[in-house]
Design a protein around this ligand. Structure first.
Ligand code: CO8
Length: 259
């Protein structure tokens, strides 16, 4: 049973869906109900033409302090094997439109893994990223051992995963985990500005661009270049490509329709 209050969903401007994690008293710990609600919201947004980009935030003080440890404590090995959470994480991972994460405060454990599922991370300078699972006798379970390595390289990823230490926003920026750092009061606004910019771009090209960039993590270079070539050719069939090029030649703003 999902609680409607675990996330707040808003449409701050055309084409942009803002999702805010809403368990501030538990530092936005990602209990099952929250993950279910987030996955269902993204599933609905995937099929909604009025959503072109998502901003995912946790409010001014915290992004998410990880899986809900109290909920997790009840699981034995059979419970973990039958866990519903991998399904929710897969739904978030499969979301085909861009997600911009606005991260203030802690992004730890599953919170860091959730931020890494976003396509762009804007961090407040109060943000802290880490994978402290080792302190609980477990390891990251939603991609942390893999995505962190790909984002920041082996030495720093290994240090974070093995020591449970966290890094601040500036270190995360220097390491390539986040795209921008700002003051916490502006994190959400910056993320929204980026999302508004993406929402004004041609949606099919945006979708294929995201798909192709993600292939860099999944395929060999040769196969990924092949996929890029095919996506590039596919876009030649879109009205938006004609519109984009015509608008450039005619020195006017393009009007993209997602066709
Ligand atoms: N789960 C549940 N409750 C939490 C969590 C959490 N992860 N984090 C904080 N809370 C709760 C606290 O229990 C406390 O509640 P209460 O007031 O009722 O006691 C409240 O939030 C405030 O927390 P603190 O008093 O601890 O706040 P501090 O500012 O003193 O400390 C910290 C903040 C350092 C973030 C601290 O709360 C902390 O260490 N939290 C746990 C961080 C952590 O270990 N995260 C990893 C969790 S494991 C995980 O994410 C695995 C993901 C696997 C996914 C697998 C999918 C298949």
């Amino acid at each position: 049973m999902t609680s409607p209050s675990d996330i707040v969903v808003d449409r701050p401007s055309p084409g942009v869906l803002a999702i805010t994690l809403n368990r501030p008293d538990a530092l936005n710990a990602l209990r099952n109900a929250l993950l279910a609600e987030l996955a269902a919201t993204l599933d609905a947004a995937a099929g909604d033409d009025d959503v072109r980009c998502v901003v995912l935030g946790g409010g001014p003080k915290v992004f998410a302090a990880g899986a809900d440890i109290k909920e997790m404590a009840a699981l034995d090995v059979v419970g973990v094997l039958n866990d519903c959470r991998p399904g929710y994480w897969a739904a978030i991972r499969r979301f085909p439109k861009p997600i911009v994460a606005a991260v203030n405060g802690f992004a730890l454990g599953g919170g860091c893994e959730l931020a890494m599922l976003a396509d762009i991370i804007v961090a407040g300078d109060n943000a802290r990223f880490g994978q402290p699972e080792i302190n609980l006798g477990i390891i990251p379970g939603a991609g942390g051992t893999q995505r962190l390595v790909r984002a920041v390289g082996k030495p720093l990823a290994m240090k974070l995963v093995l020591t449970g230490e966290s890094i601040d926003a500036r270190t995360a920026l220097a390491a390539g985990l986040v795209a921008e750092v700002t003051v916490p009061e502006l994190t959400q606004e910056r993320a929204l500005a980026i999302a508004r910019g993406i929402a004004a771009k041609p949606p099919i090209a945006v979708r294929l661009a995201k798909e192709c960039v993600l292939k860099a993590f999944e395929l060999s270079l040769e196969s990924a270049l092949d996929a890029e070539r095919k996506a590039f050719a596919l876009l030649a069939a879109t009205e938006d490509r004609r519109e984009g090029i015509a608008a450039f030649v005619e020195k006017r703003q393009p009007e993209f329709k997602g066709r």
